[in-house]
Design a binder for this molecule. Structure first.
Ligand SMILES: *Cc1c(COP(=O)(O)O)cnc(C)c1O
Length: 228
């Protein structure tokens, strides 16, 4: 019998391919990130066996433990959770990407703490697009000055924007949020040429995100099953 994780990954890849085709995009222009928070190292290994290279983690200690167990594998690690400023050092030392930079202080600390022997850290600014009740993410009004300042930091590469829109199954609202993020990124791109990433789309809205230009989708539940 096919392993459920392998089956789910095939299904998610199919969904990405269909959504890309529908909007005239190459499937290869959409990177799949498996969101592995709360999942075991064994489950990550299963996904890696299916060719998944990119993993997203929200909780620092849990992520460091799994990275330790999986150090033989060549995986790309993305930090996607809220960041406390006293936790930036291990993030700077152990991740390839950070998607949840939401204020300058965090960007500055990651820049100072990124080890010299590692390549510059890829960062996305998290934007609070539609969820007024959520405190995570920079406001659109502060985005430009944050991007200007972050792009000056030599140990970071400003790659783009990330958002977690207010949870809804209404495709119209999903689309509105994602297209706002795309427009904001397009505007910033004129000044900041390193921007090539739109990190948006999760299990229940990946099709809409791909249609609106997502270049990285972050999928947890539809790969590993419901979280307990
Ligand atoms: C948990 C999480 C995801 C994955 O969500 P699913 O609905 O399980 O696919 C994506 N992005 C972030 C930032 C998350 O915290």
């Amino acid at each position: 019998m096919t392993d459920p994780i392998a089956f789910n990954i095939a299904k998610v890849r199919q969904r990405i391919a269909e959504a890309a085709k529908k909007s005239g995009r190459n499937t290869e222009s959409v990177q799949l990130m498996a969101v592995s928070k709360t999942r075991s190292a064994e489950m990550i290994e299963k996904a890696a066996q299916e060719g998944v290279t990119d993993f997203g983690e929200n909780y620092l200690q849990e992520a460091l433990d799994k990275q330790q167990q999986l150090q033989e594998l060549q995986l790309i690690w993305h930090f996607i959770g809220p960041i406390q400023s006293n936790k930036t050092r291990p993030i700077a030392e152990h991740f390839d990407w950070v998607h949840s930079v939401d204020r300058l202080k965090i960007a500055q600390r990651l820049n100072e703490q990124r080890p010299d022997e590692m390549p510059a850290l890829n960062v996305c600014i998290q934007v609070n697009i539609s969820d007024e009740s959520s405190k995570s993410g920079a406001e659109l009004s502060e985005l430009e000055s944050l991007a200007d300042a972050a792009s000056q930091l030599p140990r970071l590469i400003l790659r783009g924007l990330m958002t977690i829109p207010k949870a809804t199954n209404d495709p119209v609202q999903q689309k509105a949020a994602f297209s706002k993020l795309r427009e904001a990124a397009t505007k910033l791109q004129q000044k900041h040429r390193t921007i090539d990433t739109l990190s948006m789309g999760m299990s229940n809205d990946l099709e809409t995100a791909v249609a609106e230009g997502a270049t990285i989708v972050r999928i947890g539940t539809d790969i590993f099953g419901p979280r307990s």
